[in-house]
Write a protein that binds this ligand. Structure first.
Ligand SMILES: *[C@@H]1O[C@H](CO)[C@@H](O)[C@H](O)[C@H]1NC(C)=O
Ligand SMILES: *[C@@H]1O[C@H](CO)[C@@H](O)[C@H](O)[C@H]1NC(C)=O
Length: 324
């Protein structure tokens, strides 16, 4: 009995010590890129899970290759049969909006809820580019906040060289929301706002999610634990500061958040909405900022907003405002 108690106390106390000594563990927990769900998927064969989709690779920097699926608007799938990679790439210039989908942590671009969303957006008439950041899926390298942001930025800029001026929207889910706003800030710094941003289940900053995790909650009453966690996150460049980013971003924004989100609390989406409205007011822009909330009884939680039968109308309504 006595021994068991001592064992538990030791385990309990050693967690903060281990995190302090090996901060990369926290990175592994946040990125969870080694969990390559679904393990059975062959990322080189998107046709196993989604039609009219081509797999290809880009090199955002020397030695880094990232995997991307390009899903065509569903209306084009008959034309697409047997066509070359060049044909597929050229369809990006057909005037239809292009959505860059930045997924959340863990798993690959073949995960079920990701593919389900891609199918809905394809049915709605959009091109979708679904990216596995460096270190995820069959992409090389190791994930980092700066590296993942570079991958997304590179993909956006690559699309802009292919699409002959059509609208490019960056869609970030969960951890991907942090990548999305980081990339949008970089674009804005380079002098061209991102055409549109959609953030699904976004957090204020990643540390706010880490702190509210049940495991972290067991420790938050230990003096100094919270500040230790924040300092580990910051010194290891794990910030993903959506709240800070939205204080400067003047891109049109749509936030989707479910009230029963069990991973990223709903109030974080609301906070971001308020920040962005405030930014547009201060900057005196007429940029469209919108939030769509899903009632808890729908049970969409963190990853199932794609189940909303009205989702394509919501996205179409948002994007159409930008095209006119
Ligand atoms: C591809 O489209 C065909 C014809 O509509 C359909 O029968 C099939 O289930 C689709 N495959 C996938 C993986 O969605
Ligand atoms: C569906 O979305 C559109 C566009 O946002 C909205 O105007 C409409 O009220 C929604 N319909 C339902 C049933 O929620």
């Amino acid at each position: 009995m006595n021994r068991a108690v001592w064992f538990l106390v030791t385990v309990y106390v050693s967690v903060p010590v281990i995190l302090y000594l090996f901060p990369c563990i926290l990175g592994h927990i946040i990125f969870a890129h080694l969990l390559r769900f679904p393990f059975s998927a062959d990322l080189g064969r998107p046709e196993d899970v989604v039609n009219h989709t081509r797999n290809f690779y880009l090199n955002p920097e020397e030695g880094i290759s990232v995997g991307v699926w390009h899903t065509l608007p569903a209306s084009q799938w008959e034309d697409a049969a047997g066509k070359s990679p060049e044909w597929h790439r050229e369809t990006l210039g057909d005037g239809r909006p292009v959505i860059i989908y930045l997924h959340g942590n863990a798993g690959t671009r073949a995960m079920k809820h990701r593919v389900a969303l891609v199918k809905i957006l394809s049915e709605a008439g959009y091109h979708i580019l679904s990216l596995d950041y460096r270190g995820y899926g069959d992409s090389s390298g190791e994930p980092s906040e700066a590296g993942m942001t570079r991958d997304a930025l590179y993909l956006y800029q690559w699309v802009k060289t292919q699409n002959r001026g059509s609208l490019v929207c960056i869609w970030g889910h969960s951890l991907g929301s942090g990548v999305a706003t980081n990339a949008a800030v970089k674009l804005q710094e380079q002098g061209s706002d991102a055409d549109a941003l959609i953030l699904e289940g976004p957090f204020t900053r990643i540390g706010d999610v880490v702190i509210t995790h049940p495991v972290a909650k067991m420790y938050t009453f230990l003096p100094g634990f919270e500040s230790l966690l924040w300092s580990i996150l910051e010194t290891n460049d794990l910030v993903f500061a959506n709240d800070q980013n939205l204080k400067v971003l003047t891109s049109p924004l749509l936030i989707l958040h479910s009230e029963d989100d069990n991973i990223v609390p709903y109030h974080m989406g609301q906070k971001l909405h308020q920040i962005s409205l405030q930014t547009q007011k201060e900057q005196n822009t007429d940029v469209h900022v919108e939030m769509v909330s899903y009632s808890a009884h729908l049970g969409f939680s963190h990853s199932s907003i794609y189940l909303d039968p009205n989702l394509s109308n919501v996205v179409r309504g948002f994007l159409q405002k930008l095209i006119q």
